[in-house]
Design a protein around this ligand. Structure first.
Ligand SMILES: NC(=O)c1ccc[n+]([C@@H]2O[C@H](COP(=O)([O-])OP(=O)(O)OC[C@H]3O[C@@H](n4cnc5c(N)ncnc54)[C@H](OP(=O)(O)O)[C@@H]3O)[C@@H](O)[C@H]2O)c1
Length: 307
């Protein structure tokens, strides 16, 4: 049945795919986008910035708000992170003014912090260890509490690193691999969780369509993958050489210690729970990365790759 949906972060990597997929499934979609940005022309656009305390959304009634707008973890300024991720979420909630039946908040696996060699599932305690993740978790707690008080259904999704033809995978990994400027911090010898963009978006929609609210879902593929294996597999798929390593102190100097921690904290997780309602198209990163690389080749976005 067609639902009425508001998507924040609709111009972003995941949000733009989500809007497209929701429209394909005949849902009515409204996109919250910032002034000067262009959203999907097939969705209704609402112009607004979540940092604006007086943001207005009108009187539309939604079945669900997918909240994806957030500052990037590249930001080092704590105040900016707090302003967008936490205060922005509060402003959004106030602007919605109880005009939604449910809220789906998109977050990352970083909330679990250091988990050692354990396989993380949805019963694991949160232990955020960076400012970016702390502000995201505070926003989640705010939504959980306030949705409960107003009788709005709430679920949270923790994504692994989502790869696709846009976002970090193309902008930070592929482009740098092509220029031979990508280097692996700590030799990439830590586990990361990955998820193909189609499965990230498919999982979100299946939570809505299966009415799975007041729950937490970890959305990661079925493999436990060391970052260097993922990167080297990507380089092999393009047909270029594997990258070298970079000392951690240099990464910290460039990216700051928080982002370095976020990038290099080892984590293994299970997708058992989300798999009950969603069948992954790409349960392993090998098939997923092959799919994205062939898409990039078709689009001519790897044209200068052969050296
Ligand atoms: N990509 C991943 O691997 C990954 C993994 C785990 C969790 N997540 C989470 O998933 C969500 C989406 O990620 P993404 O990769 O799609 O991020 P993204 O490409 O950086 O998109 C972020 C979106 O948020 C919007 N935004 C930022 N500040 C805003 C503001 N003040 N008011 C209104 N909109 C604002 C951006 O709008 P503009 O276009 O105007 O900048 C953009 O549409 C985020 O919450 C992210 O933390 C992502």
């Amino acid at each position: 049945m067609s639902k009425s949906i508001l998507v924040t972060g609709a111009t972003g990597f995941i949000g733009s795919h989500l809007v497209e997929e929701l429209l394909k499934k005949q849902h009515h979609v409204e996109s919250l986008i910032r002034k000067g940005k262009t959203g999907n022309p097939k969705s209704k656009t609402i112009t607004g910035d979540i940092t604006d305390k007086n943001m207005k959304l009108g009187d539309a009634k939604y079945d669900c708000v997918f909240h994806l707008a957030s500052h990037t973890p590249l930001e080092k300024n704590k105040k900016t992170l707090q302003n967008v991720n936490l205060e922005g979420t509060k402003n959004l909630f106030n602007a919605i003014n109880n005009n939604t039946k449910s809220f789906l908040y998109v977050s990352g696996m970083g909330v679990y912090g250091e988990t050692g060699d354990k396989i993380v599932d949805e019963t694991f305690p949160y232990s955020p260890n960076t400012e970016f993740v702390k502000t995201r978790l505070k926003a989640q707690e705010f939504l959980e509490k306030n949705c409960k008080e107003l009788g709005i259904d709430f679920s949270v999704v923790h994504f692994g690193d989502v790869y696709g033809t846009k976002g970090w995978f193309y902008e930070f990994l592929i482009k740098r691999l092509l220029k031979n400027t990508f280097r692996l911090p700590k030799g990439g010898k830590y586990y990361k969780c990955f998820v193909h963009i189609d499965d990230a978006v498919g999982s979100l929609i299946s939570i809505l369509e299966n009415n799975r609210f007041n729950e937490r879902f970890n959305v990661v593929d079925s493999t436990h993958t060391k970052f260097n294996d993922f990167v080297n597999y990507t380089a092999d798929s393009i047909g270029i050489k594997h990258p070298g390593n970079v000392p951690t102190f240099l990464v910290k100097a460039l990216l700051g210690s928080d982002l370095t921690k976020l990038l290099t904290t080892s984590i293994k997780a299970s997708n058992k729970k989300i798999s009950e309602i969603y069948q992954f198209k790409f349960p392993s990163y090998e098939t997923g990365v092959t799919d994205i690389i062939s898409e990039l080749k078709k689009k001519g976005m790897l044209a200068t790759s052969k050296r």
